[in-house]
Design a binder for this molecule. Structure first.
Ligand SMILES: Nc1ncnc2c1ncn2[C@@H]1O[C@H](COP(=O)(O)OP(=O)(O)OP(=O)(O)O)[C@@H](O)[C@H]1O
Ligand SMILES: [Mg+2]
Length: 598
């Protein structure tokens, strides 16, 4: 399995990108046919114009009767060239944006399905940029490659064929000046790529900087760091100015230099054509045709070199996107079907046997942890900040995988069932308040499956003591919670509590009630009076469920069946409140300190 994944990650970017285009190969072929047709029809226009000019050369030699059919032909050519070009452009857009949509979907699926260890360690801005900015670069690169690369190559080849067909000698200056066109295009492309890529990187830096400072405006103000913040911004801004300015200088060089090369080709073709015409080798109409080709000759070279630079940037972006897409799903190795059958009398039983875990291999955290929780028991986890309380919750929920030992939930090995199924067995309110963009009502209903009525939402909020403050919000339950921190920490916690109340009530009704409950500092930001009221609702929730409660306020966990006292990743004491007080150890000291202070 692993080698397979690694093998996939090592695959080169371009062939992988082509794989995304393959399903659209029919459309791509159509687009190429249309682009070729557009180029050929465009190249026919100077031929027809030349022929028309040749109809009116010399006194009394104007063949008026031949004009209308020639003009019709010219009109048809112009119309066909434009229509074929539009069709090709339509197909290219269709292919490109479908590929981008597919890439985005896969990348987002990986973000939601990736292990928490990846999401916790990667800066969120960087991950977001892969799904938005990087995929935009890929689609821009593909679109330009499709539209301009093929058309450009076809235009250069077609022009040479049309010229050679009319006169090999008159084509000679164009062929001889081709290296000049290539050299000028390459110099401009190299310069603009250098500055454009620097500009892109600096823009990403600026977005990150702004994100950080806008998000922490309060911190900046509190410590009077406004000037330092502006200085830091100015540095990035100056860099952005410099590379943006230089990128535009190179961009601005494209037109004059193309015109310069075209003028060389134009003059050379004009002189050579005139000399050949003097000897009767070319008509005036044919010279006009040659001049028309010459005036357009250098343009595709610039376009192609520009695309080469853009494709390089697009491939670098695609590489970052594929690295994300290659992240294994956290449940990749989970059994799809439970390996062990559930035993009714073991529902609610949780045990940890010699569990060891650390976030990084070089820093030990949890070692040889043992715990036996019988169905319906209340387990409290207490201990100083950073001792590993939330980590135990992370292990129970399989947000992180243990490095050694065994965890049993509902009497079954937690690793013998799919983690989705395991998580459904737990109702939880976590230390971090997870609210989504949406209304208060939508947030409360988030954990419940199926249609949820407003009455159910209000009932849950009532039980969680959240309804008084919700009713005072501008739009009550329909108030939109967006990114802005418009709710207090305690209010957010009350919404999360209402969410678990609703989900639990729902699942109780449909027979899929969770057998375990996790409360990790669920009321840490709530005032004591409201907390006491919420505790009552929690007691109802705990009835019939094995519960794990993390709390700093020991008074709230005093009546627990088992109190796990932790210090530096180890369980230093375990027992009931009375047993631990009698032991006169770590817990007794904590209790004493707390009761003396209050
Ligand atoms: N995602 C993570 N990656 C690496 N280390 C982590 C991660 N989460 C926590 N830690 C570290 O693991 C240790 C235990 O953290 P944990 O969150 O379990 O503490 P806690 O007991 O819940 O603390 P608190 O009372 O402050 O909530 C800490 O030293 C912390 O720095
Ligand atoms: Mg914690």
């Amino acid at each position: 399995m692993k080698s397979n994944k690694n093998g996939k990650a090592a695959r080169p970017t371009l062939p992988r990108l082509i794989e995304y285009i393959k399903p659209h190969s029919g459309w791509l072929a159509l687009s190429m046919v249309c682009a070729a047709a557009s180029v050929i029809f465009t190249l026919f226009i100077p031929v027809l114009t030349g022929d028309i000019i040749d109809l009116c050369i010399g006194e009394g030699k104007v063949e008026l009767s031949a004009f209308p059919p020639m003009l019709i032909k010219l009109g048809v050519c112009v119309l066909a060239a434009v229509s074929a070009g539009l069709l090709s452009s339509y197909f290219n857009n269709r292919i490109t944006f479908r590929c981008a949509r597919e890439l985005r979907l896969k990348a987002f699926a990986r973000i939601t399905g990736a292990p928490l260890s990846l999401l916790d360690s990667a800066p969120s801005g960087e991950l977001i940029n892969r799904v938005t900015g990087d995929i935009d670069y890929v689609s821009d690169g593909l679109l330009h490659a499709f539209t301009q690369l093929f058309t450009g190559v076809a235009a250069i080849c077609g022009t040479l064929v049309f010229m050679l067909r009319a006169s090999a000698r008159a084509s000679l200056p164009v062929i001889l000046l081709t290296p000049l066109s290539i050299a000028v295009a390459a110099v401009i492309a190299r310069g603009s790529y250098k500055y454009f890529s620097r500009q892109t990187a600096t823009q990403a830096d600026m977005a990150g900087y702004l994100d950080e400072y806008v998000g922490r405006a309060g911190l900046v103000k509190a410590f009077g760091r406004e000037k330092a913040a502006c200085d830091g911004f100015d540095k990035i801004n100056s860099e952005l100015y410099e590379c943006g300015y230089m990128a535009q200088v190179y961009s601005a060089l494209v037109n004059p230099s193309t015109r310069l090369v075209n003028n060389f080709v134009f003059a050379a073709v004009g002189v050579t054509g005139a000399l050949i015409a003097c000897r009767g080798g070319l008509t005036v109409g044919q010279i006009t045709m040659f001049l028309a080709y010459a005036s357009q000759y250098a343009k595709p070279f610039n376009e192609i070199s520009g695309i080469a630079a853009q494709l390089t940037a697009a491939l670098a972006s695609a590489d970052r996107v594929f690295k994300l897409i290659d992240t294994p799903f956290e449940d990749a190795d989970d059994p799809k079907e439970p390996l062990e059958a559930a035993v009714a009398e073991k529902i609610g039983e949780v045990s940890l046997e010699n569990v060891s875990f650390s976030y990084s291999p070089d820093k030990k955290l949890i070692e040889e942890l043992n715990l036996q929780a019988k169905p319906g028991q209340r387990i409290a986890i207490v201990g100083p900040t950073g001792c590993g309380k939330t980590t135990i919750i992370n292990l129970l929920m399989r947000f992180y995988d243990i490095r050694g030992g065994k965890i049993y939930a509902d009497g079954r090995d937690a690793y013998s069932i799919h983690r989705g199924e395991l998580r459904q067995r737990y109702a939880m309110v976590l230390q971090d308040t997870w609210l989504m963009r949406g209304t208060v009502a939508e947030n409360i209903a988030y954990g419940a499956k199926g249609e949820v009525s407003r009455a159910e939402i209000e009932q849950a909020a009532e039980r969680a003591m959240a309804s008084p403050f919700i009713r005072q919000l501008k739009n009550g339950y329909d108030t939109v919670i967006d990114d802005g921190d418009t709710l207090s920490g305690g209010q957010k916690q009350l919404i999360c509590i209402a969410r678990v109340m609703l989900a639990a009530a729902r699942n109780h009704g449909n027979g899929t009630a969770e057998s375990m409950l996790i409360l990790d500092e669920a009321t840490s930001n709530i005032d004591t009076r409201t907390e006491l009221l919420v505790q009552q609702a929690f007691s109802d929730l705990m009835r019939g469920r094995t519960s794990f409660v993390v709390a700093h306020r020991l008074s709230t966990i005093k009546s627990s069946d088992i109190i796990l006292v932790m210090d530096s990743g180890k369980v230093v004491e375990q027992g009931s409140h009375e047993q631990l007080l009698a032991k006169n150890g770590f817990y007794a000291a904590l209790w004493k300190a707390m009761t003396e202070n209050s």
